[in-house]
Design a protein around this ligand. Sequence first.
Ligand SMILES: Nc1ncnc2c1ncn2[C@@H]1O[C@H](COP(=O)(O)OP(=O)(O)OP(=O)(O)O)[C@@H](O)[C@H]1O
Ligand SMILES: [Mg+2]
Length: 581
Amino acid sequence: MKGSLWQTIRHLLPYFRPHLGSLLIVLLCTSLLTGSALLRPHILKFIIDEAVVNQSYEQLHQAFLLFVGVLAAGIGLGYGQIKVSANIGLSIVQQLKQELYSHVLRLDLSHFNQNQVGWYLSRVESDTEQLKQFCSNITVRMLLDAFTFFAILITLYLTDPQIASWMGGILIILLCLVMLLMTRIRPLYDVVRTRYAKLTGFLSEYIHGAEIIQVFNRNKEVQKELEILGQERYDSEIKASFAEYGTWALFSFVTETCLFAVILYFGLAKIHSGEMSLGTLILFLEFSRQMTWPIHSFSENFNRLQRSTVAAQRVFSLLHTQDKVKDLVLDPGGKISFDKIELEKVFFQYKEDEWAIEDLNLSFQKGEKIAFVGASGGGKSTTINLLCRFYDPVTGSILVDDEDLRLRSLSAWRRSIGLVLQDVFLFPGTVLDNLRAFREDISRDSVIWAAKELGSHRYIEKFPDGYDTVLQERGANLSQGERQLLSFTRAWIAQPELLILDEATANIDPYTELILQESLDRLLADRTAVVIAHRLTTIEKVDRIYVMSKGKLVESGSHQELLQRKGEYFDLFELQKENAL
Ligand SMILES: Nc1ncnc2c1ncn2[C@@H]1O[C@H](COP(=O)(O)OP(=O)(O)OP(=O)(O)O)[C@@H](O)[C@H]1O
Ligand SMILES: [Mg+2]
């Protein structure tokens, strides 16, 4: 805890720097609040020992006014302190959230294989919320509590060292016990947070897969699983809260009883012998009540601090995750044009001991079209992922004009590639936004002109609002064929140096297929392209076909050559022909 607390403070310190002025105000308010808390019992003592004893209405009046004044000042200072510190917390958390968002968006794909979407949401949304408490009131309140506690102890010590020493001894022992118990409660909150993340993760997966779950009638099972996860989270929360508040209630009771007993035991004897006034006894009793409050508050905040530290560890570990795919070169702007791309002895794995790509060697020239075919899981998409540099090879390299791809600018490379995937990704926004990928430098007219060139204009025009049709999330209000058409047009507008295409497998009606095929032919003409083909008829014209199986290249050649060889490609071809019949 200690190490991680210091680490949290160290990580957060730079975020506090712009708020130094506000921090000073908070500290000032805190000190004045402590002062006002200390003054009140003294006023009570003055009323009893002076005003009442002297039977002076004047003194009573003054004391009353002072008491009300101190109370009002306390309320004002408390309000100011909470407002300023909350502001600090909010703006720090806002900044952290933005940093996290942009960091997560830039992370390379290998990270997303390990975690569910909900995991990231929980880091960005709920962990930062926990940190807000750390940055605003927790630290200030703990400071205030410690200030108040020790100030009262010193005042009491100066008034009566004997009783104050006893009280101090009892309180320190109890405080240590509270701290010890609270460190035991910490793991319980860890469980709560893990279960919460599991629940949100499950929920977001469920929402993504809603169609499939409904089609397969798995609603009941999913609901049951959700109920179990919800109950588990609830149970862990109840357990943790019960442990926390139960501990506090017990200690509050024990502390107040012990302090009262000590004060009354020594105080009454001292009053009897004339060593102590009644006002001083009241002062002690009042302060003893005020002392248990900071302990409660301190222990509660200590607990929150622990939770915040756990949250901070998660937030900063995400914020400091290093990408495996590194952009080592300054972006020169523009696209990377090339004459030849070569994969040389490429090995790649997602999981240890399991090669997804093994010893892949191939090359293609500018203007050539190559295709990958093969059974599912053969490594076709993985090869594309490597070409896009979503991952880097474990060994071997991808060479662009004999230079390792890792030594070229990643941003420039990504700009040079047009990626058209089976599962077309569309952003929420208009058709126009999607076609120009939110690049404002591409004018509406040039988008329409390009769409006309590709032949998709007449279909886009027929959308309800044409180019201004608002797309729902992932283009849910379009048919699959329409989505494909948009993704072809998007790639066409970008005019990539290398087009990578994972051909759609879904059954599209023959009419739409014809439209798509026309646009696709236009898109591919005179372009360097890598195609994953599922229907072999579409790749008869490519320069070279690579057949992949279990991560390895098993055959390569033109359509005719491969058919003559009567190997795996021939079998695949025959199989598709039979199915088509
Ligand atoms: N994100 C991932 N994490 C772990 N393993 C993966 C991941 N993606 C693919 N794999 C594994 O790598 C191997 C190659 O998969 P890949 O997706 O490249 O196959 P594919 O040839 O594209 O298959 P398909 O025709 O079904 O699309 C498979 O064994 C697959 O299970
Ligand atoms: Mg694939």
